[in-house]
Design a protein around this ligand. Structure first.
Ligand SMILES: [Cu+2]
Length: 142
């Protein structure tokens, strides 16, 4: 009986071990993208962000740590639901729900944001030409 328990425990440990090794080889990023986070680190470069999507909880504050590792200014703007743009020329400040204002290279800006309404929000850099160059992602609020 004791021996059987010992084997069961070993199998459990082995199962946990294999789960974490799966995380290490890439599914961690995918999980992070779909599990609500209340602490986001976002990195910007020319011309894009380090993730295609992030997920945050609805109605609760989350903190964005916005890092610019590019060589020019960038920003992280959340677009109002239903106001997604498809090209830069459609963009105006009127589309912006809230944003981390533009920062220069090698700087970090932090902002605490609460979005009450769940949905799929477009994220973009509104600086001239950056959207058209591919600088946009998605924020899922769940
Ligand atoms: Cu930009």
């Amino acid at each position: 009986m004791n021996r059987a328990w010992a084997i069961a425990t070993l199998l459990l440990v082995a199962a946990c071990g294999s789960t974490s090794s799966v995380s290490a080889n890439g599914s961690d990023a995918a999980t992070k993208a779909t599990t609500p986070q209340n602490d986001l680190t976002v990195t910007a470069i020319e011309f894009g962000y380090d993730a295609k999507q992030w997920t945050v909880p609805a109605g609760k504050p989350f903190t964005v740590h916005f890092r610019n590792q590019g060589t020019i200014e960038h920003e992280w703007s959340i677009i109002k639901l239903g106001r997604d743009i498809h090209k830069q020329s459609e963009f105006s400040d009127d589309h912006v729900l809230t944003e981390v204002e533009k920062i220069t290279q090698e700087t970090v800006s932090e902002k605490v944001i609460t979005i009450t309404k769940p949905g799929r929000y477009q994220i973009l850099c509104g600086l001239q030409g950056h959207f058209d160059a591919g600088m946009h992602s998605v924020l899922n609020v769940v």
